[in-house]
Design a protein around this ligand. Structure first.
Ligand code: SAM
Length: 439
């Protein structure tokens, strides 16, 4: 065991008889499963009236579920027996998926098309609730996706006290040891990291090149103890505690004919097809033209900023704003020779947006999961008189809904919203939106 599960461990507690009057951890409940909910599960109602968030289930199913967490207002449970299954249910392709097992995936038991329907339902629900927007469209599969498997170009592994690699169980510190992961790309498996023994390591991140080969393995040691490392594949760099011990300390990603350098620890899209799909979507909505002034906020290694700088030519400008030093260095490297590109290493704040990004005609925004926040969005809204369009890329429909609401309340229009399934087998979904200021 690698630490206690939050709220206790129903699997350790074992199964006890159903007590409908006062449900508690470890109880088994028979549930009619309702709509999909946040957290990778669905909503049901316990006999005592509390809401139950039930994982490993599907809307419309009847299941027997083990209560894994009990609070005064709601319960969490795992469907352990399917009494009446959904037509969308499939046999999980991964042997480590299932109740009490690996927490890396949410939807291994759901067909690919049904996964995208569940995500579309969630996006529509959150946009309606948080932004007052009616949206009904499809979540698009990433071109080249192979049934939601073999897509992860980057994998973060936990390491247990015996040095075994694995993934954390859902809402738990415990590690499910694995020696293969079917959602990882073949290049990840080729490093030999998964399934090898890593005594003294706490966490390992494997980042592989996209279309160019090569990989970097970043190891976070466990305390000050002795770290033993197995052989990793040829052309695989090794970074320990942030220091490059064996080059390369970066990978190359080939996207639409351009090679991007991405250093260890720098953000990059995980799905093998995501960078190209999102770049295409952003460029199609942004419609950059020669001479445009552009700001790309939360720019990372320059996935969008670099092609935008090429598109605006020598008479335009692209300001890429990013707070991570290594990401800025990568963005400058990736945009070498493009006179329009300027990379600013600084945090995006309301003050910066008000006074430090000039008066762009086009804004691209791709914040982290928590979104840009109300204050930054208000500052962006004030650019309306000189701005033509804003393209917002988001990996969280809830924070996008809250951020978009700020612009919509100021009279902006949500002109286009696309959703992409760049995280198959999980509940996550990516949005690309075009917002236009009032005229
Ligand atoms: C979702 S990533 C997007 C990167 C890039 N657009 C891409 O697709 O590769 C978000 C980036 O924002 C950066 N970031 C997060 N918070 C920030 C802030 N307050 N100011 C500036 N950059 C920030 C992170 O370091 C990360 O590189």
């Amino acid at each position: 065991m690698d630490g206690p599960a939050p709220g206790g461990d129903a699997y350790a507690a074992g199964f006890v008889t159903d007590r409908p009057d006062h449900t508690q951890l470890g109880d088994l409940l028979e549930l009619e499963v309702g709509p999909v909910a946040a957290g990778g599960g669905c909503v049901a109602r316990a006999p005592d009236g509390r809401v139950v968030f039930v994982r490993h289930a599907l809307p419309g199913e009847r299941v027997r579920a083990l209560v894994t967490d009990a609070t005064a207002s709601f319960l969490r449970a795992d469907a352990v027996t399917v009494l009446q299954g959904s037509p969308d249910r499939v046999e999980p392709p991964c042997p480590h998926a299932g109740p009490g097992r690996c927490g890396g995936c949410d939807y291994q038991h759901v067909s690919g098309s049904a996964q995208r329907r569940l995500k579309a339902f969630r996006v529509a629900e959150q946009l309606s609730r948080l932004a007052g927007v009616t949206w009904s469209a499809e979540v698009e599969a990433v071109p080249g996706d192979t049934e939601g498997l073999a897509w992860r170009s980057r994998v973060r592994l936990a390491v247990d006290r015996d040095g075994r690699t694995g993934f954390r169980r859902h809402r738990s510190h415990r590690v499910e040891p694995v020696d293969a992961c079917p959602v990882a790309a073949p290049a990840v498996a080729a490093t030999g990291v998964i399934g090898a023994r890593w005594p003294g390591a706490a966490e390992i991140e494997v980042a592989t090149g996209m279309g160019t080969g090569g990989a970097v393995v970043s190891v976070r040691p466990r305390g000050r103890g002795r770290l033993e490392m197995p052989e990793v594949g040829a052309r695989t760099g090794l970074v320990v505690g942030g220091t490059v011990c064996r080059p390369p300390g970066s990978v190359d990603a080939l996207v639409r004919g351009r090679v991007y350098r991405v250093s260890a620890g720098v953000f990059w899209q995980v799905h093998l097809g995501a960078a190209a799909a999102l770049l295409d979507a952003v460029l199609a909505l942004a419609e950059p033209a020669t001479g445009d002034d552009v700001a790309d906020l939360y720019a990372g290694a320059g996935l969008f900023a670099v092609p935008l700088a090429e598109a605006v030519g020598t008479t335009g400008s692209v300001l890429a704003v990013e707070r991570d030093r290594r990401a800025c260095a990568d963005a400058r490297h990736n945009g070498k020779g493009l006179r329009a590109l300027r990379v600013l290493e600084i945090s995006v704040t309301p003050e910066l947006v008000t006074r430090g990004i000039g008066r762009p005609r086009l804004l691209v925004l791709d914040p982290a999961r928590q979104g840009a926040g109300t204050a930054v969005m208000r500052a962006l809204a004030a650019h309306a008189p000189t701005l033509d369009r804003l393209v917002y890329v988001s990996c969280d429909p809830a924070s996008f809904g809250r951020d978009a609401r700020v612009l919509l309340d100021a009279g902006w229009e949500l002109a286009v919203l696309r959703a992409f399934d760049i995280f198959p087998m999980t509940e996550h979904v990516e949005l690309v939106a075009l917002l236009r200021p009032p005229r």
